[in-house]
Ligand binder design. Structure first.
Ligand SMILES: NC(=O)c1ccc[n+]([C@@H]2O[C@H](COP(=O)([O-])OP(=O)(O)OC[C@H]3O[C@@H](n4cnc5c(N)ncnc54)[C@H](O)[C@@H]3O)[C@@H](O)[C@H]2O)c1
Length: 341
């Protein structure tokens, strides 16, 4: 992981580090401007609906058309959509070429671009196809966030809250304070950059200890069992639900289960429900979507036994519990709570 102050520093680091190798880039229409000058770039359409096999094929075709070899480096410049699909295309092209991430959204900086999970959506299921391949390097430059819309900042901030909730109660309290004092409007501040660094450190520590998601890394799935179902339901209806917003909703539902089943203090559920109401708005799904959401949760790839839904829950902030199960009635109750706030 390299931290850069501005785009010139990013370019200088790349030309020094990859001299003599063919460098190709993939970006989307909003992030192509961040690709260092002179690098041949495939520009993809933007949005979660393009995180699919067609985009992966386009990247493979682009690599093929430029006679990429196993020595070629693919520069994935964009949000999580670009880093997930670009990383997967690189992991599979000629049995794997190096790729580098230059994340341009807050969500990709703190989460998607580290840890080596790559993949795409299929059959309406989030990340149904994917593999683990670590990026050769990730370059973090928070100056790239200057053009990022506020909703996208909030989307990334939800993953920062998740990192704090599963790993560090003090950090959770700090982030609540940052929301209240308006720090999110100042992504150029040193305070904001430090919070990003701390969040990445949590992700790196946990993912590094368990690269293939068999043990402690499952703690990072907190909010994601319900969150991925809400996100997939939105995609299937042609609606936009940002990943972090889905995770925020998923966390509220799973905090409800944590309070119900694991004795987590109610105060945390109340705090996070207020955060969601005040900053993220209400869930778009409702009780009419219940059947579909329960079906999607049953098909979640984290489940080991067919018919059972696996969750990561909390005993408290900083005290995660993995491989917990909730019955259909309890899950419905948690979703009803989510839809009521
Ligand atoms: N691999 C992982 O470990 C992991 C972890 C978390 C999330 N994800 C995945 O990440 C994806 C979501 O990523 P995301 O939230 O970054 O979404 P995204 O990549 O779709 O980007 C969101 C929007 O912001 C635009 N954008 C990006 N950078 C910009 C900038 N600097 N200025 C202006 N606009 C900019 C994009 O063009 C897009 O329209 C989801 O598919 C999710 O599943 C992966």
């Amino acid at each position: 992981m390299i931290f850069a102050k501005n785009t010139d520093e990013v370019s200088a680091m790349l030309s020094a580090g990859y001299r003599g190798r063919q460098v190709l880039a993939v970006a989307d229409v909003n992030t192509a401007a961040f690709v260092p000058r002179g690098v041949e770039t495939l520009v993809m359409p933007c949005g979660e609906e393009h995180k699919n096999i067609e985009s992966v094929e386009q990247i493979w075709d682009f690599l093929h058309a430029h006679e990429a070899t196993r020595d070629t480096v693919l520069l994935c410049t964009g949000g999580g959509t670009v880093t997930d699909t670009g990383g997967f295309a690189a992991a599979t092209y000629k049995r794997g070429i190096d790729y580098l991430n230059i994340p341009t959204t807050l969500l990709a900086m703190v989460d998607a671009s580290t840890g080596g999970k790559t993949g795409f959506n299929r059959n309406g299921v989030k990340n149904e196809i994917g593999c683990f391949k670590q990026p050769a390097e990730t370059v973090i430059c928070t100056a790239l966030l200057n053009t990022l819309p506020r909703e996208e900042i909030l989307s990334g901030f939800a993953e920062m809250m998740k990192h704090a909730l599963v790993a560090d109660k003090r950090e959770y309290v700090r982030l609540l304070a940052m929301l209240e004092d308006g720090s999110l409007q100042h992504t150029e501040s040193a305070e904001f950059a430090d919070a990003v660094k701390r969040s990445i450190a949590i992700k790196e520590r946990i993912a590094g200890a368990d690269p293939e998601d068999r043990g402690i890394r499952k703690t990072l799935n907190f909010g994601h069992t319900a969150g991925h179902a809400l996100e997939a339901a939105a995609i299937s209806k042609g609606r936009v639900l940002r990943h972090g917003y889905a995770v925020m909703q998923g966390m509220v539902a799973e905090l409800y289960l944590s309070a119900l089943k694991e004795g987590m203090p109610h105060e945390i559920l109340q705090q996070m429900s207020s955060v969601m109401r005040e900053y993220y708005g209400r869930a778009e799904c409702g009780c009419n979507d219940m059947k579909e959401l329960l079906r999607l949760m049953r098909s979640d790839k984290k489940n080991k036994t067919a018919g059972e839904t696996n969750f990561t829950l909390l005993a408290d902030a900083g005290k995660p519990l993995t491989d917990r199960h909730a019955g259909e009635k309890e899950t419905e109750e948690a979703l009803e709570y989510l839809f009521s706030i």
